[in-house]
Design a protein around this ligand. Sequence first.
Ligand code: NAI
Ligand SMILES: CCCCCC(=O)/C=C/[C@H]1[C@H](O)CC(=O)[C@@H]1CCCCCCC(=O)O
Length: 306
Amino acid sequence: MSFSNKVFIVTGSARGVGAGIAENILQNGGRVTISDVLNEVGLATTDRLAKLYGTEKVTFIHCDVTNQQSFESLWSETEKIFGSPVQVLVNNAGVFHNAGWEKCIDINLKGLMIGNYLALDRMGKTKGHGLGGQVINVASLAGFVAGSDAISSPYFASKAGVISLTKSIGNDLTLRTEGVRVNAICMGYTDTGLFNKNKQLNDQILEEVGGTKNLLPVSRIVDAFQVLMSNGKVNGRSLCVMANIPMWYYPRHDRQEIIFWACGAKLFKRLRPNAMVMEPWHQAVFFIGFQLFLFIALQTLWRIFF
Ligand SMILES: NC(=O)C1=CN([C@@H]2O[C@H](COP(=O)(O)OP(=O)(O)OC[C@H]3O[C@@H](n4cnc5c(N)ncnc54)[C@H](O)[C@@H]3O)[C@@H](O)[C@H]2O)C=CC1
Ligand SMILES: CCCCCC(=O)/C=C/[C@H]1[C@H](O)CC(=O)[C@@H]1CCCCCCC(=O)O
């Protein structure tokens, strides 16, 4: 997809996934601000990319995503340097749980909230430049599943928050009123520089996923970024990326899931009027019963009509 001079900001793009996305933007004719708290690494990446794609196409601006002022000046500086409004924000900056739980939540969730609200403010039709735009939040499959220990729980919780934020901001009303679409990329274990730093964790992860062949290369996340950029319709969605299989969108669910289980509880109340709680095994029976009901209903319809 050609980005023909579109202006992008990618947070946490000194290295890893963010640097990969920034390079892809340049390869496709866009302009990008690389931003990070790591000045040296960020400047080195920017120099390398400037040599390949032109100094007028890429710049580095220090930004700590947890700091509102820092984010605001990243945005304003970018527009000043490139002389055009920012049209896409990629909220990629993130840390793992080994940074400590408060930092993990601050950077992975609060930092993304600052980015999302600022994007609505600056790109939106009501207060911003009015051209609309896109936000891509880098979440993780960790946002859908449970971690296996308390130590890693802040990371899983932060990513679940990002997915929820994406669903809630990426709604039809916001799209209509602000012209801003918000989606997330949810990938599994990815082979970035950081992944290789902690040997003990690496070995544990490699055992869990079954070897390096099941790690995602950064290029797959870049492909996911391209998919979201070229699909002009999706909003509030999470694009899931797993090794060796096609990407897929996680169902948005909205309220259907709650309604489904509430129906189960209503039915349960008829069977056990005095029960205070529907236990997990009751739920399992309801779920299997529902599937059986569907199966029989479909079979009956098939017999009637064919
Ligand atoms: N590597 C993996 O296995 C996976 C990574 N992710 C997510 O992908 C994103 C990128 O991760 P990687 O490239 O693997 O890690 P990385 O550590 O190589 O890149 C993250 C970047 O964010 C920067 N950063 C940290 N705190 C910051 C702050 N306060 N403000 C601005 N920048 C800050 C770091 O300096 C670093 O350059 C993260 O959000 C991560 O959670 C999601 C799934 C799997
Ligand atoms: C199905 C879970 C996919 C998680 C993908 C992800 O975001 C991985 C990130 C790890 C990164 O490669 C290095 C890390 O420290 C991140 C978190 C690792 C969590 C491991 C905890 C093991 C567990 O609780 O299952």
